[in-house]
Design a binder for this molecule. Structure first.
Ligand code: ATP
Length: 596
């Protein structure tokens, strides 16, 4: 691996170009150029930095220095007082821009006399900043950052500040980086994507492609302690459609309403990863113990849904109850008060053997063979179904048992575990689709309006958007102001006001102008009565009718903050279009039976 040689100023010039476009193809081409210029050792670091990260998510080490501290470092190098910084920050809403402004007006041209910053050096210093802990850590963070800023040009300072405060957001998605790596190698997208899905480590993939090409990347496999990106389900609204899609037969399993966990076991060592590949082991000592005892393999990677239950009745409890387990203190006590049951549905790796390319039922057999079942530790309920009547019966049983519905899975020879993909090998069928829209949507907050009367000064209504996968943008679908408790509105005001933007974020498409814009980050669960055509929302614009998009009618917040979802995991524009179309079908069949 060669010595890093790319100047940070060069990287920044690429970032300026990336920031200036919202077109995915253009972004890809810029990234191709960037990766071409980098050494293998640098390529990984560049991949992380471009996504605003330092390491893959499972390491748990994040940038995200408090803005207050970054301001202190800025004041040290620019010599201006706090008031001035605050004032500029209020105006621009972006501390990066403030840094750029302050450093360009600085008289002393210290930077000229100093060595150029390189990507290697910047990355090394950012690692130090992220890792300082304990007594004196704040001081060290401020000192290290001001050291970097002192050597930086105004433009470099802009990105340094955005990086350390965790606000990089160039609008580049991980899949755009994958596309760029493939384009740079002249193909091999499938292999590169597969490698990424198996190791969920964009930096490792980038550096491997640079040093050993696509062939090298295709040797990346599953490893203990490295989470595999989860396979996800499509959705349909009737048993007939589902069986039609699966060539007549499928394996229907209860869809438990809990939290997905990917369990990694090696001897007595157990790790738990969330749906977003975070390491959540420390929050679930009880799950660790259950897996130590109940998974008989020496080495295994298996997936389950953890569901909270009422210890007095044994009944399954809704998802919200699990949120009590997301805490840092009194973990043992919480584990007793809010115990969980584990329902296993897949095995990806057992004792040296990767299973992901085997068909579903073979993986399940393997899973069964390593499971020592008990009341709260077992396989999901499931049956093979080939007719819609049985599927609907099974669905009712699932709902009766406290589940959200069922997931019907392909069992043909091609029914492999497709890491990181949402596809038709798994199809979810939730009870509420059966008639009208009482199903929930997971929507992204992109803007907010202040309340009136007793709510004035506080956020009262949110502008919500769905995710458009093709364009990688967020399109608005409703304004929601119902269902919030006072404490919700306080929480939203506190969280959203500091990150408010005066301009629309690049990845948001909206006709409405809210009082404040926010970057698409927070996902909330919303219910509504139905999907209607709308002249003011951009979701599905022009797809059903010219000059109209789609909106959720009578939206209400369910009380559920989907912290387990990234904005890209939100309900998609495509799904909302499907919902709209299936409503029409229900209406049409209702009309038919009325006519009869
Ligand atoms: P949702 O909000 O409906 O849970 P999602 O986007 O999190 O959707 P989907 O791919 O739509 O995920 O649905 C699969 C999810 O359902 C899994 O991530 C898992 O958490 C949960 N689940 C519950 N029971 C099962 C099961 N038997 N097989 C697979 N996944 C299951």
């Amino acid at each position: 691996m060669g010595e890093g040689r790319l100047d940070f100023s060069r990287l920044v010039s690429f970032y300026e170009r990336l920031e200036a476009t919202t077109k995915r193809l253009e972004m890809r081409d810029i990234l191709v150029e960037l990766f071409r210029e980098s050494e293998p050792g640098e390529a990984g670091k560049i991949a992380y930095l471009t996504l605003g990260e330092l390491y893959p998510p499972h390491t748990g080490v994040e940038l995200g220095m408090a803005e207050k501290l970054a301001i202190r470092a800025l004041r040290l190098v620019s010599g201006v007082d706090e008031q001035r910084v605050e004032e500029l920050l209020r105006k621009t809403g972006d501390l990066g821009l403030v840094a750029e402004q302050l450093l360009s007006s600085k008289k002393t041209q210290m930077t000229l006399s100093l060595e150029e910053l390189t990507v290697e050096k910047v990355y090394g210093q950012l690692e130090r900043i992220a890792r300082f802990a304990g007594e004196g850590a704040m001081e060290m963070k401020v000192k290290t950052l001001s050291g970097l800023l002192a050597q930086a040009s105004p433009k470099e300072a802009k990105y340094l500040i955005r990086l350390v405060t965790g606000k990089m957001r160039l609008g580049v998605a991980d899949m755009t980086i994958i596309d760029a790596l493939a384009a740079m190698s002249g193909g091999g997208k499938e292999e590169i994507e597969r490698a990424y899905n198996l190791c969920s480590d964009i930096g490792l993939v980038a550096s491997t492609v640079k040093s050993a090409g696509v062939e090298g990347a295709s040797r990346i496999g599953m490893r203990f302690g490295i989470p595999v990106r989860p396979m996800l389900a499509e959705r349909l609204t009737s048993a007939e459609e589902i069986l039609g899609k699966l060539d007549g037969t499928g394996f229907a399993e209860y869809k438990y309403d809990g939290e997905r966990m990917q369990i990694h076991k090696q001897n007595s060592h157990v790790l738990i990863f969330s749906r977003r590949q975070e390491n959540i082991t420390s929050q679930f000592p009880d799950v660790v113990e259950m897996c130590r005892r109940g998974l008989k393999a020496r080495e295994a990677i298996a997936e389950c849904e953890a569901v909270a239950y009422d210890p007095d009745t044994g009944d399954m409890l809704p998802f919200q109850e699990l949120m009590h387990r997301r805490r840092k203190y009194d973990i043992e006590k919480a584990a007793q008060l809010y115990p969980v049951s584990l329902f296993f549905f897949d095995a990806l790796y057992v004792d040296g053997q990767p299973l992901i390319d085997l068909p579903l039922l073979e993986r399940r057999k393997m899973l069964e063979s390593i499971l020592e079942p008990s009341e709260n530790f077992r396989l999901t309920e499931g049956i093979v179904v080939s007719d819609s009547e049985n599927l609907d019966k099974f669905m009712l049983k699932a709902v009766e048992a406290g589940c959200e519905g069922v997931i019907v899975k392909d069992i043909s020879p091609k029914s492999v575990y497709r890491a990181g993909a949402r596809g038709w090998l798994w199809i979810k069928y939730k009870r509420s689709y059966v008639s009208k829209l009482t199903d929930t949507l997971d929507l992204v907050v992109v803007g907010a309006f202040y309340g009136k009367g007793k709510r004035s000064g506080k956020i009262g209504t949110l502008l919500m958007a769905a995710y458009d996968e093709d364009a990688d943008v967020f399109k608005t679908v409703c304004k929601v102001g119902t269902g919030f408790k006072d404490e919700d509105l306080e929480h939203l005001t506190e969280t959203l006001t500091p990150i408010a933007l005066s301009r629309k974020p690049a990845r948001v498409e909206s006709i409405m102008e809210p009082d404040i814009w926010v970057r698409p980050e927070m996902v909330l669960e919303i219910v509504g009565d139905e999907i209607t055509l709308s002249p003011i929302h951009t979701c599905g614009w022009g797809a059903i009718r010219q000059d109209a998009g789609l909106a959720v009618r009578f939206p209400r917040f369910t009380g559920r903050y989907r912290e387990d979802k990234t904005p890209e995991d939100a309900t998609t524009v495509k799904e909302i279009m499907e919902m709209y179309k299936s409503q029409l079908k229900v209406i049409a069949s209702g009309e038919e039976s009325e006519a009869a």
